[in-house]
Design a protein around this ligand. Structure first.
Ligand code: DAK
Length: 258
């Protein structure tokens, strides 16, 4: 499918690669770009040949936020419209694991998009920030919630209230980022991690993602209960039988996604 604001590619390693592609606007997340991103995510999620999705930008910017020019004259009623919110929330419906490969600016809605992915690989030049306060607004897509749960209240307050940016090394130290790599190799690092995930038993990978994400949303009691049910469900899959048989027979498992 041809898109205008993103580029997509299905790699032989079972990865669905999505590049945000509005370089002149530092990949600002316009409504049209978000619609395309949502469509591409849903298409890869429905593709049994894709076991992991990677979202990236370019060296200078993952995304410098939602498109300020498209929001500048919006009313409260505009911002309340369900279709506006829905286009941002598509990513939360995706069952396939998603990695953000981030270089350069990762600000506002860009940082929130990266945090909505399951892991983040950053280049040494990445800068993470929630500078919405400078525009007279606050984050609206998890920048006060996911960020605080990940890096803690003290630093989140400084970022959200003071516009402080985190370098890639800081972001890794505070648990926002999985790996930091040179600008020349960060995408390769992300793709290597994605290939490893794409090679896992597909149903187990999807449920593993769901179970870990539940830890941020449910109470411990609910989370443990949900984990147990997901664990038990996997014993209804052919892949569980295959995975355990392969271990016992000392051979690599052949996953079917069934
Ligand atoms: N929106 C639109 N255009 C942007 C942009 C943005 N967020 N960021 C950069 N650009 C454009 C610039 O306007 C400029 O375009 P031209 O003037 O050349 O046409 C071009 O990209 C290059 O930017 P600069 O000339 O500013 O480049 P510099 O290197 O000097 O500065 C910068 C880079 C990243 C420091 C600066 O561009 C900047 O401060 N950008 C804005 C960062 C920001 O404030 N981000 C937060 C935006 S608010 C929602 C969910 C989420 C959100 C909203 C709704 N719902 C669920 C409904 C999120 C809100 C936000 O993200």
């Amino acid at each position: 499918m041809a898109y205008e604001y993103i580029l997509t590619e299905k790699l032989a390693t079972g990865i669905g690669l999505i590049r945000l592609n509005r370089p002149r606007a530092l990949n600002a997340l316009s409504p049209d770009l978000m619609d395309e991103l949502g469509e591409a995510l849903l298409a890869f999620d429905a593709d049994a040949g894709v076991g992991c999705i990677v979202i990236t930008g370019n060296e200078r910017a993952f995304a410098a936020g939602a498109d300020i020019k498209a929001m500048a004259t919006a009313s409260m009623a505009d911002m309340l419209k369900q279709d506006l919110i829905a286009r941002w929330e598509t990513i939360h419906r995706i069952k396939t694991p998603i990695i953000a490969a981030v270089s350069g600016y990762c600000l506002g809605g860009g940082c929130e998009l990266a945090m909505s992915c399951d892991m983040i690989v950053a280049s040494e030049s990445a800068q993470f920030g929630q500078p919405e306060i400078n525009l007279g607004i606050i984050p609206g897509f998890g920048g006060t919630q996911r960020l605080t749960r990940t890096i803690g209240k003290a630093l989140a307050m400084e970022m959200v209230l003071g516009g402080r940016m985190l370098s890639a090394d800081e972001a890794q130290r505070f648990g926002l980022v999985n790996h930091v790599a040179p600008v020349e190799t960060y995408l390769e690092t992300a793709l290597k991690l994605a290939a490893k995930i794409a090679g896992q038993a597909p149903l187990a990978a999807r449920l593993a993602k769901e179970a870990v994400n539940n830890a941020l949303e449910l109470s411990l009691r609910q989370g443990l209960q949900s984990e147990r049910q997901l664990f038990q469900m996997l014993f209804a899959t052919e892949d569980q039988k295959e995975g355990m048989a392969a271990f016992i027979e000392k051979r690599p498992a052949q996953w079917k996604g069934k």
